[in-house]
Design a protein around this ligand. Structure first.
Ligand code: PLP
Length: 498
């Protein structure tokens, strides 16, 4: 199995190279040259398996340059039972009738990014051993909240890695801040910066590409890498849970092997839903992939009209992980839908960076619409959906999940297509307690601190509070550094003890 680049389809690299390198040299994203196929007998054989064995079955098709021992080491380390609050790792829960929810937030940081970021450090260190002479990998992350914490938990105490996370001092929620500043591990560091997320992000990018810093790191046998969602190593773990939920749907008696399901995904950077598309292309019986957005509905417009236009107002919503106007992983879909036309992808991505928009042909749009549907949800409907789903089904969902649930309800109304469906749930409701509590209380906003809100939400709803969030209250704050963005590179040296 080899990988090529969306912007130069003459390139061929191994999985280990794609993962260690992160992004292709000319700026394209790595994609498999050909997708493996799993037929329905093979899928059926995965029904009795644990999540770990299902993961090995899917991943070994993609990571053909990993030995069986290496793959076992990676997968067993990533999805070890004690790190997850469900013995199914990613359980599928029936809400009513054909409506089911795939809970992707039982990992150590209570957000779906754990599903990929628990595995990525293992894939990366094994890949580096194969391709980068065992250099120590230094992961730099600029975060607006969820990714930073999930990356810290994933890389903590992983041999031959160090991770440094920068967050905007006033730009993350109190719970997210505490999650990061109390982070344990010998190879981790966290620093706030005076500025917003974009400041942190652009400073990290300039450190990445600074030749001086690179050379100084190389002297110490270190190299930078990135944990963000354009890395193939973050995408491939996500393909697994689509196969896993399909197997669970069979096990639950909701479908027979071979019957189609629909999948609904609350979408930001288009990584999660793209993994669903790959699963479909590999033979998983998925009929439609429904892309759900909040008020930042650039993807809804694209999937309905074929024009992607980021020149629009940016809204700060209660589902912040979906507040995105440039969905990087869409590039991979465009590549596949254009019959691997990397010249076209270069053109489209150039228009995106110069004009902020591009359009695809009517043919290509028709092809995309065969696989995808799309919708978006206003802020009011998010609150209403949380409330009605709790009242009607005693199921508490977070704001991101509520966006998807509402878009799904509208999809069924509009199309009548109510076959068995799985809706991805991407965060624990307790990670967004303030919004969820206020939704459950019909808009009232009680004056409580973060932990009191968690308690109140638990008292009202009875939903279990994830241990990693509850235990934050007693954890010691380890990281209090704040720096200016001009001083971030010095901070990197300080944190690395160089
Ligand atoms: C990152 C994230 C998303 C968006 O996922 P993409 O793969 O970027 O589309 C949705 N919900 C939550 C809670 C997230 O953290």
């Amino acid at each position: 199995m080899l990988y090529t680049s969306t912007r130069d389809n003459s390139i061929r690299v191994s999985a280990a190279q794609a993962i260690a390198q992160g992004i292709s040299e000319e700026g394209g994203l790595f994609v498999p040259v050909e997708l493996p196929r799993l037929d329905i007998d093979k899928i059926s054989s995965m029904v009795p398996m644990s999540y770990i064995d299902r993961a090995k079955t899917v991943l070994k098709e993609f990571l053909t340059d990993f030995t069986e021992e290496e793959l076992d080491y990676c997968v067993e380390g990533a999805y070890a039972q004690e790190k997850f609050s469900s013995n199914k790792i990613a359980p599928t829960v029936n809400i009513s009738g054909n409506k089911n929810i795939l809970e992707l937030w039982h990992g150590p940081t209570c957000a779906f990014k754990d599903m990929a970021l628990q595995l990525l450090p293992y894939l990366m260190t094994v890949s580096a051993k194969k391709t980068a002479d065992g250099k120590t990998i230094v992961i730099l992350v600029a975060t607006s909240g969820d990714t930073g914490k999930a990356a810290l938990e994933g890389f903590k105490n992983v041999d031959n890695t160090k991770i440094l996370v920068f967050y905007p001092v006033d730009g993350v929620s109190p719970m997210q801040k505490l999650q990061m500043t109390t982070q344990e591990g010998d190879n981790v560091a966290v620093c706030a910066i005076n500025g917003n997320f974009d400041d942190a992000q652009s400073a990290v990018k300039s450190i990445f590409t600074n030749a001086d810093i690179k050379a100084q790191l190389a002297e110490k046998n270190m190299m930078f890498s990135s944990a963000n969602s354009i890395n193939w190593g973050r995408l491939v773990p996500q393909i697994v849970y689509y196969f896993s939920t399909y197997c669970d749907m069979i096990e639950m008696g909701k479908i027979k092997a071979g019957e189609p399901i629909n999948v609904v995904v609350p979408t930001g950077n288009f990584g999660n839903i793209l993994a669903g598309y790959y699963a479909k292309k590999m033979g998983l019986p998925i009929k439609k992939l429904v892309c759900a957005s909040n008020s930042n509905n650039v993807l809804t417009d694209f999937l309905k009209t074929g024009t992607y236009d980021r020149n629009r107002a940016f809204y700060t919503t209660t589902s912040p992980s979906m507040d995105i106007l440039i969905s990087s992983n869409l590039e991979r879909l465009l590549y596949h839908m254009s019959d691997e036309n990397s010249a076209l992808i270069n053109d489209l991505m150039n228009s995106l960076s110069t004009d902020g928009k591009y359009s695809v042909s009517a043919d290509m749009l028709a092809k995309i619409q065969e696989e995808f549907d799309a919708g978006y949800t206003s802020e009011n409907s998010v609150d209403e959906t949380i409330k009605t789903h709790f009242d009607s089904y005693n199921y508490l969902c977070d704001t991101h999940t509520a966006v998807a649930v509402k878009v799904y309800d509208e999809y069924v109304k509009a199309t009548g297509d109510d076959i068995p469906t799985v809706i991805d749930s991407t965060a624990s409701p307790y990670k967004f307690s303030a919004s969820v509590l206020s939704a459950v209380l019909d808009g009232k906003k009680p004056e409580l601190d973060e932990f009191e809100m968690v308690e109140e939400l638990n008292r009202i709803t009875g939903a279990d509070v994830p241990k990693p969030l509850a235990s934050l209250r007693d954890k010691k704050v380890r990281f209090t550094d704040v720096c200016n963005k001009e001083d971030m590179s010095q901070m990197v040296f300080k944190l690395l003890n160089l």
